[in-house]
Design a protein around this ligand. Structure first.
Ligand code: ADP
Ligand code: MG
Length: 559
């Protein structure tokens, strides 16, 4: 039989799995179970939406069969199964995650980070197996196929027999080594614990034959052993459980397995509502931005379930762009299973839910900002940019939602502050909220234009992200106070009398100023006397609505 080669990137991921120093090998179990559950979801969804296939919800199950003698662990499901082409395409390449490329940026990363970013998926089976066999028969088809691989050397494919539709995955467990105990994956006690730990919420029964003992009938002290095909998982989706029944650990494990992250989320948001919209939502704020977060590759959205059945993997309409970093799911009984993507966009119920979720996310962030400042700043480090983009999106429509979530570096506090905090510290006679832009806070701090303001004890916001100034301009005001750039002509510092005095000085020095302007030969529009400076002899400023920094940004933009 011909041995086929894996695609280059798959080979690399596979190699990583096989030789992984990854300490969480055991997660292969949750990956295979989650694939089995997905496959059943697909078939069950078809059953519900295409009318009668003769299948019932109770017919579906996942079986785990450990065989110590042959060192095999088999996981079967009666889901949708795979055709020969699907076996080839789905297992021969890094499925969904394949779109990300393995280029330079990954070169230096730790294994764990790469695995985390790409999602371990099916290949994780190779962390514990020397050979993996997949026998699959699609629902409604006659022919089954066998896919087999012992690792990076490639895989084989041949037609075979299989009685029922679905997929059977047979892992030939690696022999033990001095440092590694693989035997435990054949041990029913360990398997049961792994299922409980990672896959308890799976909504189909995960079954295994378990040896039990009981009193012999009619006897008081004689026991007999018997085998029971026991269901190992509780099958209650975690989001349907009561918050106080769920441990932090459970939330974290659920998040990591479901949304393919390798670190715990920074915030868990679990909410249930009844009334105009009935739903359970479980949302997470990741601790770090995914690698592709600020690229076009990133797809926002929450998983959407209708009464426990997955109907869409990334429902974008549930999240505004500025909260696109939120991962999670919504389960609602108000949505029809048959609803199409196009119809969803116009669904009133969905809009109500989206509105509620937005409010909820916002209030959770506000609470975090108030009570867990350090955590919030960590969050802001990764996702603050997205909030600031949100301010000037849609012509500033979302100002009210976002303005109190923003942080800027403050000249006087030497740390990040909110606009509200700035306002609370403003001097009585201070007219504006001042800001200065530059590459780094240190550089901004040295700008001559900031001197007079600092001298008066006024606080200045230092803007170091390109988007900062755009965001403030979109806001225009906060709490009725206008924003003003330190490079603006009028900083509102002088009294009427001082202004008159200044005008007089200009008049007196007219010839000098004109001479200076002419000497600069068109490089400046005008030379004026400034009241802003203390120790510096000169500074540059702009006359229009645009600051020098903003001009730089605009000039750098592709036209
Ligand atoms: P992911 O689950 O993120 O798509 P995996 O590597 O876990 O990535 O699986 C790759 C693909 O292989 C799946 O998307 C699915 O199409 C297919 N697959 C894996 N296991 C099964 C299974 N038990 N039944 C049907 N299809 C499966
Ligand atoms: Mg998977």
């Amino acid at each position: 039989m011909a041995v086929k080669q894996f695609k280059a990137e798959s080979k690399r991921l596979l190699d990583l799995m096989i030789n992984s120093i990854y300490t969480h090998r055991e997660i292969f179990m949750r990956e295979l179970i989650s694939n089995a559950s997905d496959a059943i979801d697909k078939l069950y969804y078809r059953t519900l939406s295409d009318g009668d296939t003769g299948l019932n919800r109770d017919d579906f199950c996942i079986q785990i069969i450990p065989d110590k003698e042959n060192r095999t662990l088999t996981i079967t499901d009666n889901g949708c199964g795979m055709t020969k082409e699907e076996l080839e395409n789905n297992l021969g390449t890094i499925a969904k995650s394949g779109s990300l490329n393995f280029k330079k940026e990954n070169e230096q990363k730790e294994d764990i980070e790469i695995i985390g970013q790409f999602g371990v998926g099916f290949y994780s089976a190779f962390m514990v197996s020397e050979k993996v066999t997949v026998i699959s028969k699609p629902y409604g088809a006659e022919q089954a196929n066998r896919w087999e691989s012992s690792g990076t050397t490639g895989y084989t494919m041949e037609p075979c027999e299989k009685a029922d539709h679905g997929t059977e995955i047979i892992l030939k467990i690696k022999p033990n080594t001095d440092d590694n105990n693989y035997d435990e994956y054949l041990d029913s006690y360990t398997i049961r614990n792994l299922v409980k730990k990672y896959s308890d919420y799976i909504r189909y029964p995960i079954k295994m034959d378990v040896e039990k003992s009981r009193l012999k009938e009619g006897s008081k002290d004689e026991y007999e052993t018997y085998t029971e095909n026991e269901t190992l998982n509780s099958m209650v989706p975690i989001w349907r459980k009561n918050r106080n029944e769920i441990t932090e650990d459970e939330y974290n494990e659920f998040y990591k397995s479901k949304f393919m992250d390798y670190v715990n989320p920074i915030k868990v948001i679990h909410s249930s509502t009844e009334g105009t919209a009935t739903y359970n939502a479980l949302m997470f704020i990741p601790a770090k931005a995914p690698m592709n977060f600020y690229t076009r590759d990133y797809e926002k959205g929450l998983q959407l379930y209708s009464n426990g059945v997955l109907i869409m993997d990334r429902c974008a309409d549930l999240l505004p762009d500025y909260f696109s970093f939120v991962r999670g799911l919504v389960d609602s009984q108000d949505l029809s299973l048959n609803i199409s993507r196009e119809m969803l966009q116009h669904d009133r119920q969905l809009k109500i839910i989206a509105g509620r979720l937005e409010k909820k996310i916002k209030s959770e962030l506000e609470t975090m900002l108030e009570n867990e400042r350090e955590k919030y700043e960590e969050f802001f480090k990764y996702f603050g940019l997205q909030l600031k983009y949100g301010i000037y999106q849609d012509y500033g429509m979302h100002k009210d939602v976002l303005q109190d979530l923003l942080l800027f570096y403050s000249s006087s506090e030497k740390k990040l502050v909110t606009l509200k905090e700035y306002i609370s510290r403003m001097k009585e006679e201070q007219k504006y909220i001042y800001y200065a832009s530059g590459e780094t806070t240190d550089k901004v701090d040295m700008l001559p234009q900031t001197e007079a303001l600092k001298d008066k004890g006024y606080e200045i916001l230092y803007l170091t992200d390109n988007v900062d100034e755009f965001a403030l301009r979109m806001l225009m005001k906060y709490d009725d106070k206008e924003f003003r750039s330190v490079s603006a002509d009028d900083l509102g510092l002088e009294t009427e009398e001082e202004k008159k005095e200044a005008a007089k000085q200009v008049e007196e020095n007219k010839d000098l100023l004109t001479f200076m302007k002419d000497s600069l030969d068109g490089k400046v529009k005008q030379v004026i006397l400034s009241q802003k400076l203390k120790t510096h002899p000169v500074c540059l400023s702009t006359d229009g609505a645009i600051s020098i920094e903003m001009e730089k940004v605009l000039n750098a933009m592709p036209t």
